[in-house]
Ligand binder design. Structure first.
Ligand SMILES: NC(=O)c1ccc[n+]([C@@H]2O[C@H](COP(=O)([O-])OP(=O)(O)OC[C@H]3O[C@@H](n4cnc5c(N)ncnc54)[C@H](OP(=O)(O)O)[C@@H]3O)[C@@H](O)[C@H]2O)c1
Length: 254
């Protein structure tokens, strides 16, 4: 994956997660891998999860860092609650959880009114119910002063022709995340939604799809690390936009 050689101008110098444990759900995904690497870079222990054991093992082999553990976990599985408890028993209290899950579904790009009932239900389950179930399983288990960061896309804000399921669930994810942040207030973990523009991921680069204007997955990870550490100037806001690689994260889409 393309790495930025120096710290971006917006990044904070003193972010240190030494001794902290962060769970990255979807850690073997395109954005998730950048987040995992940036968290390791600032000293965190990281547990990366996904459904595919093969993708997780590949991530562990590429990363080759003893502070990274991997485990399978299906957000839609009937055993989610037990698996969440098992993870904490095995790896200790979680200081933060990053939710970086997404699914395009099997139908490919299709106009909204062409979706079958089954495709509609699957898209909502994979992109909205999954996020809700992860919040319900993990937020009550976060260490005091902990943080949950949910990664989302600009389709939460703008039309996305051919991808209605992604767009409407992104908008609903934003609503859910902000509502839960408001319900918790100052009485529990900090909850953040981060809405991303196009991200430069390893998978895209392997497929020959890249653009220097896009955000590096590692820079998404820097912002996540700063939120977890509380060093980001945006740490008090529940909603952030990161759509411009140079400007970095902001309160508004710009
Ligand atoms: N890539 C971009 O340019 C971009 C832009 C804006 C926003 N984002 C946001 O970034 C986040 C991650 O996207 P991505 O591009 O990294 O996607 P991705 O490469 O497809 O990765 C998605 C990850 O989610 C996991 N996942 C999916 N369903 C799951 C479930 N039911 N239970 C557990 N894990 C599940 C997948 O695990 P498996 O390994 O089992 O498949 C995979 O690791 C999404 O919220 C997306 O909206 C991405």
């Amino acid at each position: 994956m393309t790495e930025r050689p120096t710290r971006p101008q917006w990044a904070q110098p003193a972010t240190d997660l030494d001794g902290k444990t962060v769970l990255v759900i979807g850690g073997a995904g395109g954005v998730g891998e950048g987040v995992v690497r940036s968290l390791l870079d600032v000293g965190a222990r990281v547990v990366a999860t996904g459904r595919s054991r093969e993708r997780l093992d590949d991530l562990a082999a590429r990363t080759a860092d003893p502070r990274l553990a991997v485990a399978t976990l299906d957000a839609l599985g009937s055993d989610l609650d037990t698996r969440a408890a098992d993870l904490i028993e095995r790896h200790g209290a979680l200081d933060a959880v990053v939710v970086s899950v997404a699914s395009w579904g099997e139908q490919g790009r299709k106009p909204a009114l062409s979706l079958s009932d089954r495709e509609w239900d699957d898209l909502i389950a994979a992109n909205l119910t999954a996020v809700f179930r992860l919040y319900r399983a993990f937020l009550p288990r976060l260490a005091g002063g902990g943080a949950l960061v949910q990664l989302n896309g600009m389709s939460a804000e703008i039309p996305f022709p051919g991808a209605a399921g992604r767009a409407l669930t992104a908008a609903a994810q934003k609503s859910l995340t902000r509502t839960i942040a408001a319900e918790i207030g100052d009485d529990g973990p900090r909850v953040y939604g981060v809405i991303l523009g196009m991200v430069r991921t390893r998978a895209r680069q392997l497929a020959g799809v890249d653009d220097e204007q896009w955000i590096l997955a590692a820079d998404v990870g820097r912002h996540v690390a700063e939120l977890v550490a509380g060093t980001s100037p945006l740490s008090r806001d529940d909603l952030h936009y990161f759509v411009d690689a140079t400007a970095g994260p902001h309160q508004n889409p710009m």
